[in-house]
Structures are given as structure tokens and as C-alpha cells.
Design a protein around this ligand. Structure first.
Ligand code: AKG
Length: 259
């Protein structure tokens, strides 16, 4: 099971992200893929956000991590303990979302920092981070996550409307692009990408025949609970579960089917 090394923690501080292949194994990811693709409620709750050219990026988002597979993943130690080391405080669940980048039509996400959104929700500090878990294989062709390596050091950039999304001020992004390496995070299912709330990131439209779904679990630190009511949760202790809980959840479904 993945345990954060000091080297990886230093890499996160330096680069604003780390990539962890095999954060979830094949059995766990097959279960997530099967569960998510058969989940009609997920499909019905998904909504679209147009990118700058009008193509729609779909996502389903929730605040409360439940006992289902998504919530079990979001509460498991391999993510939560890692987040606490990376962010230097107790963390709680801010939200999770399934990004549904559909074949041929999936929209782009414009350059942004996540803290560009969360700043306006009453979070004083950028001490927040996400773990993107690849559900489908992600490649340049189907619009994988792109990051500007080290860009979290810039601090928060102003965000302006870009299509139906909030995009980072492009004057700043263009300067950042001259100074920081652009990395396309091409990943196999089960890979986790931990990235800081101020890391500049985006993804291209999906013109390929392959879908690119990913589950993104996001955490806020206890000291950074919003000072005003927001769309997302104020601090409440996260009910973390051992890493084995994911396989236990899968086992329970097998028993239900077999019963
Ligand atoms: O899934 C993607 O392509 C990008 C996601 C993203 O930008 C975000 O969740 O902030």
C-alpha cells in the first residue's frame, strides 16, 4: 500500500504536485469503473460547464463522503494521511467530484487554480489540495490533466469568467508558461495525482473515441475552515477508514450479488 516518502513530500512542496502510479490496484479500479459507469444517479446529477469555445465539460459533485465506494475511497488512509503530511494539518473532506470527459465531445477545463474558486468561499489560506484518481486511462488524446510544474509558488492569481468556467488571468498564465514546465499527466487507471490548490492546471477537449473519467477528492485543512457560509463544508472530523475498507466494500457487493 502506498506510503508517502520524504522525497515525494519534498517533491510536492517543490513542484506543487506528485504522481503516484498504482495508488489503487486493478481490482479496486475495475470496481470503481464498473460502479461509476452503471451509476444512474451520478449520471443524472451531472451538470455541464462550457469551456471558452462552447464545448461542455461534465461533472457530478458532492460534499458528503458516504459509505459508498466513492466515499470509502475519499476517506481511506492512503489519501487522507498523505494529504495531512502534505498540508501539515488535520484535513477534512471539502468535496469530491467525478469528471466525465466524454468521447468526441468532452469539453476543456481552462487554466485555473482551484484556490481561485475557493478563495471566494471564505478560505483564508491556500492550504487545500486534491487527489485526482484516473478511472479511465488518461492521455493527451482524451484530455489528460496538465499542470505547470512549480506554479503553486506564484500565489493566487485573479480569476475571470471564461465560458461558464472561471479561468486564471491569462496575462499571468502566459508569463507563468514561460517560466514553468508544462507537464501532461498521462496516467493509467488507479494512478493518483496529488496537487496543491494553487497549482495552475487545465485539460484539453476530448476528441478521441475514449472517455476520460476521473474521481477528484478534495480536502481542506482544519485551520482553514471557511469564515463564512459556503457551498462546501465547514470543518467536521473526517471519518477515515483503513485502506482495506475499499476491498471490503467490493467484497460486500460480491456477497450481495451472490446472495
Ligand atoms: O478533470 C480535469 O480535466 C480538470 C479538473 C480540474 O481542473 C479541477 O477539478 O479543478
Amino acid at each position: 500500500m502506498f506510503k508517502l516518502t520524504q522525497e515525494l513530500a519534498q517533491q510536492f512542496q517543490r513542484d506543487g504536485y506528485i504522481v503516484v502510479p498504482g495508488l489503487f490496484d486493478t481490482e479496486e479500479m475495475d470496481a470503481l469503473l464498473k460502479t461509476a459507469k452503471a451509476d444512474r444517479q451520478l449520471e443524472q446529477s451531472a451538470y455541464g460547464r462550457k469551456d471558452a469555445s462552447g464545448a461542455v465539460s461534465k461533472l457530478a459533485l458532492w460534499n458528503e463522503p458516504g459509505d459508498d465506494l466513492y466515499g470509502t475511497i475519499a476517506r481511506c488512509e492512503r489519501i487522507v494521511n498523505t494529504m495531512e503530511t502534505l498540508l501539515g494539518d488535520e484535513v477534512y473532506h471539502w468535496h469530491s467530484k467525478m469528471m466525465l470527459k466524454e468521447p468526441l465531445v468532452g469539453g476543456a477545463w481552462e487554466w485555473h487554480q482551484d484556490y481561485g474558486y475557493w478563495y471566494n468561499m471564505g478560505c483564508l489560506f491556500p492550504d487545500m489540495a486534491s487527489c485526482l484518481i484516473s478511472v479511465d486511462r488518461a492521455s493527451k488524446e482524451n484530455g489528460c490533466l496538465q499542470v505547470l510544474k512549480g506554479s503553486h509558488k506564484i500565489g493566487r492569481i485573479n480569476h475571470l469568467a471564461s465560458g461558464e468556467q472561471a479561468g486564471a488571468d491569462m496575462e499571468r498564465v502566459e508569463q507563468a508558461m514561460q517560466r514553468f514546465e508544462l507537464v501532461h499527466c498521462e496516467t493509467a487507471p488507479g494512478t493518483g495525482i496529488f496537487f496543491h490548490g494553487n497549482t495552475l492546471h487545465r485539460s484539453d477537449q476530448n476528441r478521441s473515441p475514449n472517455s476520460r473519467w476521473s474521481l477528484i477528492c478534495t480536502y481542506n485543512t482544519k485551520h482553514n475552515s471557511p469564515y463564512k457560509p459556503s457551498r462546501h463544508a465547514a470543518y467536521a472530523p473526517l471519518k477515515r477508514v483503513p485502506d482495506s475498507a475499499v476491498k471490503e466494500w467490493i467484497g460486500r457487493q460480491g456477497q450481495l450479488v451472490g446472495a
